[in-house]
Design a protein around this ligand. Structure first.
Ligand code: ADP
Ligand code: MG
Length: 144
């Protein structure tokens, strides 16, 4: 599925819709360059889960937990990870195969750990279509 957005609200709204439908055990991988809108999408996703707390980038802790929504939300940013063993150290399996919803920014960097049913969301710019244009591809692992 490909969605085109023309401003940050539309990207937030897509995140919101996916967060509203998210089920326990679901893992979403978020891909795209810096400044493309991963945080905007995540904020919408969290809001869709009923989370009112502000979403902060978990860069220095790898994972940030939110427990005030409909189901637990585990937000990962693995951009600065040096080695996949760091994922073992934080006990990633408890999160990935637990009772909540996981969203992993830069999940391609730990590809070998990502379950095959991961939903991949890829955000891309296309400056020919304007500064605020984004092409967002949602790939459901079950479909391919
Ligand atoms: P990332 O987390 O991928 O580094 P951010 O979400 O922090 O990126 O920032 C995206 C920036 O792009 C924000 O300043 C946002 O307002 C802007 N922006 C412009 N158009 C869009 C769009 N269509 N979707 C998402 N963000 C957009
Ligand atoms: Mg970000």
């Amino acid at each position: 599925m490909v969605i085109e957005t023309h401003n940050s609200k539309e990207t937030f709204d897509l995140g919101f819709e996916m967060g509203s439908k998210a089920q326990a055990g679901q893992i979403t991988c978020l891909l795209g360059d810096l400044g493309v809108g991963k945080t905007v999408f995540t904020q919408g996703f969290a809001k869709g889960l009923g989370i009112e707390e502000p979403i902060c980038s978990p860069t220095f802790t790898i994972v940030q937990e939110y427990h005030d929504g409909r189901i637990p939300f585990y937000h990962f940013d693995v951009y600065r990870i040096g080695d996949v063993s760091e994922m073992d150290e934080i006990g990633y399996e408890e999160y990935f195969f637990g009772d909540g919803v996981c969203l992993v920014e830069w999940g391609n960097l730990i590809q070998e750990l990502m379950p095959k049913e991961t939903i991949n969301v890829t955000l891309e710019k296309n400056l020919k279509k304007g500064f605020d244009f984004r092409k967002i591809t949602v790939d459901n692992g079950f479909d391919c």
